[in-house]
Design a protein around this ligand. Structure first.
Ligand SMILES: [Zn+2]
Length: 411
């Protein structure tokens, strides 16, 4: 009964937001897709086990190559053409796998092959399942994403579904550390597609990620004048005192309403207690959900820092931009409505979340391609030895991704 009420509300929401383009969701799951997703549960977990038991920490060439070879073999079986894009910074190659169909939509799937775990982690704590959770290095981030992608594509192949113009599966070899070549590849590939589904893990509460903050580093440099701290301190201009003053006032440039944060984390000044320091620097981690907030912070750094504590010191500020934000947009909201409608076919609910961390999805969204993230297998404790994946999320997540591709192909 509760489900019926929810579905009625959902139908109304869909009709409002999508108008005549309302997708064909029903209270019932698509029977063949669900049957396929269910029959693939065991083999999907088997593939996950194989991938988790290979160390593929960023830059670890032998393991990355093994993971890549397994993924490439699976994708070739599905009919994909494979292009390897070598990247010296990644110490490996990124994979661009493409499959042509008969429809109009160009859909990009992304996942990454590297993990944050060093060589030897797989031997220390190999893949195992306990109380419904699978454990092992990278089990959810992002080997669960690779597995979800491959099995969703297997489901579509079983259905002879070819209503897309092209599906591209991009496998990044260096997501955890980033590389300029990978960033360029993602931007260029995303530009050539209508929509991007990023297969980072589903959030612990069975969520998708609809926005991500972008990142930047604020740098404050102070030049003062050195002097003997005991004999003639009045002749010095204390750069350490000035930078301390600056971080107290510049640290207030965040905006809670806009989710913009600035946190000073690295400070340097002086190296001897008896010398008034003539140099000091401070660096801050800056995060923003709105792209224009970085421009605002950059301007305010310069404006506010003009208010100095120590006369005759020189203060300069700068902002080094990192990954752009992935903003929540009307387009991403439409993708969310489609995903929620599909999950409702299973009587399940997706939570919609944001993240302070930047990811490959941010690069895709940054070039204006509608992007939604969190389509991998659901899990938690990301980047820790306790990282886990929910075994019971394999079937609904493979179902969700297959159906999502089907719905997007119609557009
Ligand atoms: Zn990841």
């Amino acid at each position: 009964m509760i489900f019926n009420v929810q579905r009625t509300l959902l139908s109304a929401a869909l009709a409002l937001s999508l108008g005549s383009a309302m997708p064909a969701f029903s209270a019932e799951p698509h029977p063949q897709i669900l049957a396929d997703a269910e029959q693939y549960k065991a083999p999907a977990l088997k593939l996950l086990e194989r991938l988790v038991n290979i160390d593929s920490g960023s830059g670890y060439e032998p393991g990355l190559t093994q993971v890549r070879d397994i993924a490439v073999a699976e994708l070739k079986q599905l009919g994909f053409s494979i292009e390897l894009v070598p990247d010296a910074a990644a110490n490996n190659s990124h994979v661009i796998a493409t499959l042509k169909g008969k429809g109009k939509a160009k859909i990009l799937l992304m996942a990454h092959m590297d993990t944050v775990f060093k060589e030897g982690s797989a031997a220390e704590r190999p893949f195992h399942i306990k109380d419904g959770r699978a454990y092992g290095p990278g089990v959810m981030d992002d080997k669960g994403g690779i597995v979800a992608g491959i099995y969703a594509l297997k489901v579509l192949k079983n259905q002879n579904f070819t209503d897309y113009a092209q599906i591209t599966f991009l496998l990044d070899a260096s997501e955890e550390v980033g590389s300029e070549a990978a960033a360029e590849l993602i931007r260029n590939t995303a530009r050539a597609h209508d929509v991007t589904l990023n297969l980072e893990p589903g959030r612990p509460a069975d969520g998708l990620v609809v926005w991500r903050k972008g990142s930047a580093t604020a740098v404050v440099e102070v030049k003062g004048k050195a002097a003997h701290a005991g004999v003639a301190p009045e002749l010095g201009r204390n750069a350490a005192m000035e930078v301390a003053h600056q971080i107290l006032q510049l640290g207030k440039l965040g905006d809670a309403e806009k989710k913009t944060t600035i946190n000073f984390t690295v400070l340097k000044a002086g190296d001897r207690t008896n010398v008034i320091p003539d140099q000091a620097t401070a660096k801050a981690d800056v995060r923003a959900a709105l792209p224009e907030e970085f421009d605002r912070i950059e301007r305010d750094l310069a404006r506010v820092s003009a208010n100095q504590l120590i006369p005759e010191t020189q203060v300069t500020t700068s902002l080094k931009r990192g990954l752009p934000p992935m903003p929540q947009t009307p387009e991403s909201d439409k993708l969310v409505v489609i995903a929620q409608g599909i999950y409702a076919e299973l009587g399940r609910q997706l939570t919609i979340e944001g993240s302070g961390g930047a990811a490959d999805a941010s690069l895709s969204a940054g070039v204006g391609t509608p992007t939604l993230d969190g389509f991998g297998i659901v899990g938690g404790n990301i980047h820790t030895p306790q990282e886990y994946a929910e075994v019971e999320s394999v079937v609904p997540r493979v179902y969700l991704l297959s159906r999502m591709i089907m719905e997007l192909a119609k557009r």
